[in-house]
Every structure is written in C-alpha cells, then in structure tokens.
Write a protein of this length. Structure first.
Lengths: 214, 125
C-alpha cells in the first residue's frame, strides 16, 4: 500500500460494486420512494431517526475493538495482521464480506481515512458515516491537504508528524487505531472504550484524554 | 439510548440485533433506513404495534432462514413490503416496478455520483 493514493480515476475497478443495488437495497429505496410520494414519510424525518440510533450505536463497536487492542497486546497484534478476523471475533462483520485493515497511529505517524470516489466506510465498526465524510470537500481535500483538513477539525499536529491518508474501496475498509491516551494504564477495557470517539477512528480526531472522559 | 427516552415499541421487535446497551445495531445503511421508515410509519399511526409484530413474526418464522440471524433485516424489509401492500398503500406490481427502476438507476449512475431514480434510463426515456 503506497503512502498516498492520489490519481484515482473513475474507471477504478474497485468501485463498480458501489453502483449496484442488490434486491433488498433496491426494495428499501422503492419503499422510500413510494412512502414519501404518498406523504407518509419525509426523508428528513428518516434521517433524524437513523441519526438517533446509528450515530450513537455504530461507533461503539469500533471503540470496543480499539479498547481491546489497547489493553491486549495479542489482540493488537492480531488486529495488525488480520483486522477482518480480529474484528469478527468480537462479533462485528460486514455483510458483504469487505475486508478490514487497521492502521495504527504512532508518535510519528497519524492516519486518516477517506473515500475519494464515493463514501466507502467501515460500517460494521463505525455505523453510518457522518455527513461531512460523504461530502465532496472532505473527499477531495483530505488527500490534497490532509493537514489543512485536520486543522479545520481542530486538530493541529506537530509539523514533523507524518500524515498517511488511506483511500477506502468497496472491498477494503480502514479503521484508525488512535494512540492510547496517557495516564490510562489503570483503565478497564470498558473505561478505555469511552475515550474512543468516532472521529478518532476516522483520523479527524484523537482519543479523549483521561480528564475529558465524559 | 437511555432508558428514559421515548423510543418506539418497535425497538422491542423480536430478535432485533442490539448492542450491549440495548440499542438496535445495523450492519449497513439500508437496514437503518428500513428500520427508520417502520418507526416513522408506526409513529404516524399507519399501522399498530401488533400489526407490525405479526407481519415481522410471519417473515421470521418462514423456513429457510439463516441460522446466524444475518438475514434479520431482509425479513424486516419483506414484512414492511407486505404490510404496505396489505394496507393498500401500494400494490405489489407497483413496488416491484420501482425496485427494478432503482436497480437500473444504480447501474446507470456514474461512479461517485449519488444514485437518483431519474438515472433509470427507462424513466428518462
């Protein structure tokens, strides 16, 4: 995997799957169409419901993966070698069998995930993507100017810290494992999971410090 | 979701995949959309909790289900389709035509562009 993934073009084979609806996906879209035409649902209300359930639920899965990796060196090693299997061992699997790769932040490297062409996202561990992840400005600028994008998220990294940008595909999704916050040696796995935010697993944030624990 | 929030009784649907906190979990966005549509229809009084429970239960108890429960939301979508047909909100053929239209729209959408129904070539034609 090269460090940067610039120069993707639209005929990139990985993405062919994204513009295909299987039967059940198409059926859900059809139901949405017919129900909104009849005025029985409005998409804003649906989005609000999805948001309520999903933004709170999804990232908790990823947080458990990260917390396990922080507290168990064998699991961290497994996650590094075969993220798909390590994550599946906690019961989180992608329905279409997409592969996962965990990228670990270190004192000298920060990782950031993006999908430049569409919005491939590690659903199984992070739930639904935030709106900005799917928006063209993030998708294009994360690759060209990752430091600038991170600054807009309020994340100012030291100039000598390298930033690696990982471009997701339909088949391969990334999960950022943020650095474990200082002073958390005595934390239980559950307490650690509370420090892991969604953004820290995308790379647009860091894990919360022990003081900031909600 | 905290226990004091006013959530729909749909959350109590049989076998609903849940997190440790008791909240529904979704593997893919279409599952969340199907769930949310159902919650909304119920909230608006389109069907009652017992009507929904019956429709879902019928699907969940059909033979040939996957043993790991990974087809739970497929059953959910089938139940919702049947219920909206039963309530004459749409007809079977109308819904099937839309399903195929969305599939053509997906195939006809350039990569990286949002898939909209207007991209179905038969619809444009």
């Amino acid at each position: 995997m090269s460090e940067h993934h610039r120069g993707h073009d639209d005929d990139h084979g990985h993405h062919h799957h994204d513009n295909h609806f299987n039967d059940v996906e198409a059926r859900v879209k059809a139901l949405e169409t017919v129900l909104s035409e009849k005025g029985l649902i409005d998409l804003a209300a649906i989005d609000a419901i999805v948001d309520t359930y999903e933004t709170k639920v999804g990232p908790r899965n990823g947080a458990r993966v990260v917390a396990r990796a922080w507290s168990n060196a064998d699991f961290a090693d497994w996650l590094r070698r075969d993220a798909t299997a390590a994550i599946a061992s906690l019961g989180f699997t992608g329905r279409q069998g997409e592969h996962m790769r965990a990228v670990f932040n270190t004192p000298d490297t920060h990782n950031l995930i993006v999908c430049t062409l569409c919005s491939c996202y590690p659903w199984a561990v992070l739930g639904l993507p935030p709106v900005w992840y799917k928006a063209p400005p993030y998708r294009s600028r994360a690759v060209i100017d990752p430091r600038g994008v991170l600054a807009e998220f309020g994340l100012e990294l030291p100039v000598d810290k390298k930033i690696r940008v990982w471009d997701s595909t339909a088949e391969l999704r990334y999960l950022v494992v943020p650095e474990r916050p200082d002073g958390t040696e005595d934390f239980s796995e559950e307490a650690l999971a509370d420090l892991v935010t969604r953004d820290s697993m995308i790379g647009t944030g860091l894990a919360l410090s022990r003081q900031a624990k909600p | 979701m905290s226990t004091c929030s006013t959530t729909s009784p749909l959350v109590a649907s049989a076998e609903l995949p849940k997190s440790a906190d008791g909240d529904p979990v979704f593997a893919e966005p279409w599952q969340a959309a199907a769930f949310a549509m159902t919650v909304r229809l119920h909230e608006q009084g389109v069907f009652s909790w017992s009507e929904w429970a019956e429709a879902l239960s019928a699907e969940l108890h059909k033979p040939g289900r996957k043993s790991d429960g990974s087809d739970y939301y497929d059953c959910w979508v089938a139940a919702l389709s049947h219920l909206v047909e039963q309530l004459s909100i749409t007809s079977g053929p109308e819904l099937e035509a839309l399903v195929r239209s969305w599939q053509r729209a997906a195939e006809g959408t350039p990569h990286g562009k949002p898939i909209v129904l207007e991209n179905d070539p038969l619809r444009r034609g």
